[in-house]
Ligand binder design. Sequence first.
Ligand SMILES: [Zn+2]
Ligand SMILES: [Zn+2]
Length: 206
Amino acid sequence: MRPLDDLLAISSRDHSHLCPRQILGVRMGLAGLSALDFDAPPEKKRLLIIAETDGCFVDGLSAATSCTVGRRTLRVEDYGKVAATFVDTQTGRAFRVAPALDVRQRAYAYAPAEPRHYFAQMEAYQVMPDDEMFTVAEVTLTTSIEAILSRPGLRVHCNVCGEEIMNEREIKQNGLTLCKTCAHGGYYQIVERDSISLFLQQEAAL
Ligand SMILES: [Zn+2]
Ligand SMILES: [Zn+2]
């Protein structure tokens, strides 16, 4: 395993800052690796991380584990929580790591000379022992690893919008192949042209 300082340098390189959440991410990445008995990030996409929020924390996870969204070894399921599940895709074992509920209070004991909370956390998160920082629970996934990862090269077209769907994310409904957006509604709605031009007219009138 590379020393913590190296990993923090990697994490903050693309950030222009180091912050408590990156340190938490790096430490959690290392804790996840050791929960799965890895001495170093395993090869061949063996490790899959499901992070429960985005932001600085995730860059810390990536620095410690080399898992990234681009490599399809890290997924963000946004629950708004600084927590992550580490999955050994070869054995199927998985551990969810989360900060101890009182991690902030505990941190101050490790940086007694630092009155500023932010900097006390920065200092403490680098030296606190894992078992004071985190809770680790063995878990099973509710979606199979095979379904999460799918297989390369699989693609179909949505019968409604015509767009290509990869990784078996299509939905079969009444004999149709649909994308999630066409089947259930998506995270966006198309802005009607009429309302755009109305908006522009109103803007122009102001
Ligand atoms: Zn940050
Ligand atoms: Zn569609």
